[in-house]
Structure formats: C-alpha cells, structure tokens
Design a protein around this ligand. Structure first.
Ligand SMILES: Cc1ncc(COP(=O)(O)O)c(C=O)c1O
Length: 370
C-alpha cells in the first residue's frame, strides 16, 4: 500500500468473494426446494451453533435485539421488575428492558475490561430485581464466574449479551453458554456477521428454548394455533446458509483478529496509550480493538484526515441519555463510563487486515501521541 492510502474500519470484500460461490449454490438449493422460512439451513445452523457454543439449544431469531427481548419475555420479566445492566454498551441492551415494561438499573463498569463491574452489582439488587444482563463488550468476556455467583445468591436470571463476542471464552467455556440465555447478533460488523440482519439465542433450559421458538413465530404452538402474542422474528434461511459457511472458519478468523490486536499492542503500548486488556481466564474475540488516550480527539482527527476508519464506542453512557432522564442518574453515578466516553477510540480490525494496514494506522497515531 502507498504511504497515503486509507484503511477501512471493516472490509468484507475479500471474504464475500471467497464465499459467494458456495453461498449462492446453497441459496439455489433453497430455491429448488422452496424452503425459504425456517428451512434446513436454519435448523442445521442452530444445531451447529449449539454444539460450538456448548448449549442444549440454539434458536435463530431476526437480530440480536430480538434475542435479548425474547429472553426477557421467556423469563416472564415485565412491569414492576428491574433488570441490572451496564450503561456502557449499545442501546439494544437496555432498550429491551423497557420493551417488556421493566425498568433498567445501571451500574458502572471496570476501567480495564470496559465490562460491568461485578463489585457494584450487589448494592443495586432489591426485591424487584429479576435479572442481570452482562455484556461481553468489544469481544472481551465478562467474568461470568463472578456474575453467576451473585445471580445464584439472589436467585436472578442472567441474560448474556454476547452480541459482540461470538466465540470468546471465559474459563474454557464459550460466551453464551454460562448464563440462563446467551444472545448473539449477526449484524455484518460482528465477529460472526451475516450480510443483513440476524440473531440467535442459546440456552440449556428446555422451557425457555420452547417458549422462544413459539414467540419468534407469532406465539404459535402449531400452524394457526396461537397461545400468546409473539412476533415475527425468524432467522432468514439465506443468512443461515451464509452463517453456516462462516462458522467453519470462525476460530481461524478470531485468531487473525487476535494477531492484529497483538501487532497493535506491540506498537501502541510504547506510547501514552492504554491498549485493551486481556481476560485473566479466557480469550478475547476482538470484535473491536479499542484504545484509551487523553489525546483521543487529536488521534481521531489524525485518523480521519488520513482516511482511516474508526469509531468512538461509546461517547455517552446510556443511563445519561435523554431517554432515561426520568431515572434521575447523574454523571457521578458512572465515573468510569463518563471518563471513557472522551478517551476511547476503536481502530480497524478485521480478519483480512494486512500488516501494512496495521502499520499505516500506527504511523498516523505515532504522529500525534508519543
Ligand atoms: C452489545 C450489543 N447488544 C445488542 C446488539 C443488537 O444486535 P442487533 O443489531 O442484531 O439487533 C448489538 C448490536 O449492535 C450490540 O452491540
């Protein structure tokens, strides 16, 4: 690459070209069978994910938000209930709590992992608390041993938001296998992404799996028999076919992401920059490589001036957003999340990223931070 070439935040073009022939052939088979909805690829993918993640069940749904929403529905969480979660995540995580009529309760995160701080959870639990939603942020697995110990002590459900962390591990277990349910998004930018929207819920609980299978299909136990109000949230057959292909190379792709993260670490840890921490007892899937710098705005400007993709996840903690004004939180409630909001920037990381591209990103940052 030339000295002045930009670097995209994410480039899936090579991947698409390598998969399209096999994927299109699978779509043609679907066409020949006419099996477009909940067809053989959805069923096969559900079985393959259950085996990969290590759960009894995997249920494909339309997107990650629905996986979270349907978890709460299947758990019977609703008005009058409270659910504890992190303010430092994408909005879906807390949005679904309101969607079932319950109230989100936010607790701050750890500065090194960016994940919910287990030490702060217990003081937020009261008689209305029904569940905890930890988020494996940026691909970094939450300490599920600590979360599950708290949940067990207080008889709470745990809904793992693993949207950004497919394949990550804690204590040799895949994320999505340690909570009451695990929720995945296959949005194109995710570690396991499709070319559209998609999602999936994992669980070892037979009743929850059955409830979600019904709820995703209009609450129907059988054709035209509706036990309750559900929704249309089915994983698409065309996307399931692609996801089956991508699942085969997932561990290899995560290893590539980890290698790129290591290359960034080697260069950037020499500067006044905090590189992402690694889990003490697990493996990071590096959906995002997010650094901290007191010169974040200057770093970001330099990246943009040089056409290098980046993002600032997340500038304002959810608890302080307009939509939650009625909950009366203040910045003092979330010192870590608030501080990170002005210090973080996520750099390009994707399996086909080249060493030259990593080098170019680092060169630009080295011009701004010493
Ligand atoms: C942490 C987190 N939770 C939930 C979601 C929702 O997933 P989806 O976009 O598939 O609805 C996302 C996706 O952006 C996410 O990053």
């Amino acid at each position: 690459m030339t000295k002045h070439e930009g670097v995209p935040y994410l480039d899936l073009s090579k991947e698409f070209n390598s998969l399209k022939e096999e994927w299109f052939a699978m779509i043609c088979e679907d066409g020949a069978r006419g099996s477009w909805i909940l067809g053989p690829n959805v069923h096969a993918f559900e079985n393959e994910v259950a085996e990969f993640v290590g759960t009894r069940h995997a249920v494909g749904v339309a997107n990650g938000t629905d996986a979270l929403y349907l978890s709460l529905r299947a758990l019977g969480i609703g008005p009058g209930d409270e659910v504890i979660t992190t303010p430092y995540t994408f909005f879906s995580t807390s949005e679904v709590i309101d969607m079932v009529g319950a109230t989100p309760v936010f607790v701050d995160i750890e500065a090194d992992t960016f994940n919910i701080n287990p030490a702060l959870i217990e003081s937020a639990i009261n008689s209305r608390t029904r569940a905890i939603i930890p988020v494996h942020l940026f691909g970094n697995p939450v300490d599920m041993t600590a979360i599950n110990a708290i949940a067990d002590r207080h008889s709470l459900a745990v809904v793992e938001d693993a949207a950004q962390a497919f394949g990550a591990q804690h204590d040799a277990k895949r994320v999505g296998s340690m909570g009451t349910t695990g929720c995945f998004s296959f949005y194109p930018t995710k570690v396991l992404g499709c070319y559209g929207d998609g999602g999936l819920l994992t669980t070892n609980n037979d009743e929850i799996a059955e409830a979600v299978r019904k709820l995703r299909n209009h609450g129907a136990a059988a054709a035209f028999q509706h036990d309750e109000v559900g929704m249309n949230s089915r994983l698409d057959e065309v996307q399931a076919a692609l996801l089956r292909l991508k699942l085969k190379s997932l561990d290899k792709n995560i290893a590539s992401r980890q290698r790129i993260a290591g290359l960034y670490d080697d260069r950037l840890s020499k500067l006044e920059i905090t590189c992402p921490s690694r889990p003490a007892n697990g493996s990071h899937a590096f959906n995002l490589y997010t650094i901290r710098s007191s010169k974040r705005d200057a770093v970001r400007q330099a990246l943009m001036d040089n056409a290098i993709g980046n993002s600032t996840c997340y500038p304002l903690p959810l608890a302080l957003q307009e939509v939650y004004q009625h909950l009366d939180y203040t910045t003092d409630d979330f010192p870590v999340s608030v501080a990170l909001g002005s210090e973080v920037v996520s750099l390009p990381v994707f399996p086909d990223m080249t060493e030259d591209q990593v080098d170019r990103v680092c060169q630009v940052i080295e011009q701004v931070v010493v």
